[in-house]
Design a protein. Structure first.
Length: 51
């Protein structure tokens, strides 16, 4: 998947979500709400990347 160009850090919420889903922050598994949000964000990212 050509996602290298889109991995540039931007100040938009979607890119922050993408970064968060790519490099899961330490202790994110201790926060189920955040984990499920990341999971749903990852799902929507995948849907956007592969329609």
């Amino acid at each position: 998947k050509p996602e290298k160009a889109m991995d540039r850090p931007k100040v938009s919420g979607s890119s922050q979500r993408k970064r968060a889903s790519n490099e899961q922050p330490e202790g994110f598994w201790l926060q189920p709400e955040k984990a499920s949000k990341l999971a749903s964000a990852r799902k929507s990212d995948r849907k956007r990347a592969e329609p």
